[in-house]
Write a protein that binds this ligand. Sequence first.
Ligand code: CUA
Length: 357
Amino acid sequence: MRRGSIVALLGLALIAGGVAAAVALVPTWLPEDASRQAGRIDFVFWFVIAICIFIFAIVAAVLIYAITHFRAREDDFEDGPPIHGHTGLEITWTVIPFVLVTSIAIVSAIVLSRNDAQAQDTLHVNVTAQQFAFTFNYPDAKNVTSPVLRLPEGRSVELYMRSLDVIHSVFVPQFRQKEDVVPGLVTQLHITPTRVGTFPLECTELCGLGHSLMRTQAIVMKPAAFDAWLKLQEKSAAPASPSTTSTSTTSTTASSSSSAAGLTVFNANGCSSCHTLSAAKATGKVGPDLDNLVAYAKQANQPLEAFVHDSIVNPNAYIQPGFPKNVMPQDFGHSLTKEQLDHLVTFLVQSAQAKKG
Ligand code: CUA
């Protein structure tokens, strides 16, 4: 090979590699990182990108050189000279990819095992996914339940994730960690938040009509603020239970506290991601507008309370014109306790009547 060709090839490789590196480095491709795992994931990302730029530079240089130097003249119909393999070249282009792919596998395996390693005081959070909402439950704090994932900064957190219907996936871009939620399995995801702030938590598995609306927030708080929030939730969750005896539900005071408990059920189960209801400040558009329940019950020819109850327990019994069947989770009503169901019905009936009057 002539010295001139080597210099030309090297020059082309440097230019192609430089352009690719600029495209990779100048725009901000990744969101800010907010977890200890994010830095390691980013390392794998940049490690692979660097290998890609290296290979791209070689391929682009050889391609451009071949096009410009070995172009056939218009009247040249000859075949090239027959070439019969080149053992040295074949070994080279087998060994280099082998080394590169193996190094990616080793780096990834180390990062995965470090990212999954829990600390001693890991906080457990149970995640329930269903069409189309997430709920987060803190089993070590009297089962406090929240529609938003709140986490303390700097502490190792393990999510135990279950699905009530189809496959969903939990992803907070700033944490980088991502895992599917599969019916019949409990999948796990480990996160150590490192930055106080509010980040989007989204479903990243096409799971039905409301998939694009299946999003909530991950709020990372200072540990003291998180503990205070958890204490407050424990307290406000506690007094609800003694008031729900079967005899008191008919009196007006009990019914207003039942309605308040119904609002909690409404919020905790993500009803607002699909339905509009002004009493809950919900603006979902996937399902029927719950501010119109009185009119819907009339159309269905049923008393309001029975209509609301049946529509939760057996959503396909009456389908509001303009909305498809089978979108409302069929077993949602059965995932509630009888008390929760009663509270929810009371809340919906009262807010519909208030809206009407
Ligand atoms: Cu759940 Cu997409």
